[in-house]
Design a binder for this molecule. Sequence first.
Ligand SMILES: *Cc1c(COP(=O)(O)O)cnc(C)c1O
Length: 376
Amino acid sequence: MNAKIWLSSPHMGGTEQNYVKEAFDTNWVAPLGPNVNGFEQDLSLFLGEGHHVAALSSGTAGLHLGLVLLGVQPGDEVICQSMTFSASANPIAYVGAIPVFVDSEKETWNMSPALLEEAIKDRMANGKKPKAIIPVHLYGMPAKMHEIMGMANRYKIPVLEDAAEALGSSINREMCGTFGQIGVLSFNGNKIITTSGGGALVSDDADLVREARFLSTQARDEAPHYQHSKIGYNYRISNLCAGVGRGQMEVLATRIEQRRAIYQQYVTKLKGVKGISFVDEPQGYFSNRWLSTILIDPAVAGFSREDLRLTLEKDNIESRPLWKPMHLQPVFSKYPYYGNGTCDELFANGLCLPSGSNLTQADMDRIFAVIDTLIK
Ligand SMILES: *Cc1c(COP(=O)(O)O)cnc(C)c1O
């Protein structure tokens, strides 16, 4: 059996262990410490001036805290992109709110501004103004944030931007994660950089980020004893994981280049194949190409998404269907949905190909050799 080729696996840069060793040497293993501060500074610097960062235990924790900070209450409605990973939507349930799902547009595969407006108007006509909007930058491709922010501002609804897959992506050089009132990043094991597990909450509002740090460390009031006037969470990143993050930040720019180069190889090799299509960057958009994705029209290509996935699997190569939309998930199917069939079709025909920055040319050649067996 050939060695396994993964969809997206951790790729260390080499200096991570120095930061972790320093934490051990100074016995700074426990929650907070210099690596947490250093990691937050690195992220702020990367995102640009005025963007404050609270490093957390996961992206999911960041989305949950974001909803808490926006004051979302039980029974409130929150609009969420349907085409996404469940962690975008689960935190809506954590706060007892009701998710309202919105379909994607075809250009970026992210939240359709037109359907977003339809949803806002219809919910308001039903007597309930949504309390937040959660757009997602799928696979690193920025959502249409100018249109979405314009709409959100017009209706005065805050945006919680799920940038978990889009660290380093941008629109006209404005970084993903910095468009909404609150942005969320993830450093889970399969993301473009990893802390083994971690996330971050981003905002231009320094007080809000201070409050995020406070709530994420059990909301302890200033007192010699343990005193609490708010419900707290244990959502801070550890000084060890943040050390891995500091090392990873040193190679982030390289990782983005490497992922984009892998995407480019797929484009060069497959763009001419009938029935296979890619999602190009609109003017001014920059994707970190976290995952390389394709759509296969089986009627034109002569093979389906599943044909390709299973053929790759036989050669021990991991690929994966696109995210199954939330409105199709058993756990969320009873909630309102505004759509026109776009993300259903993306799910039916879309595939994520191996995309890790640590793929070798031999790996890529193996992948293409397998794909060639299907292309007539
Ligand atoms: C990975 C991911 C998350 C969750 O991040 P974790 O750090 O794994 O909790 C949220 N949303 C999207 C779109 C993601 O891909």
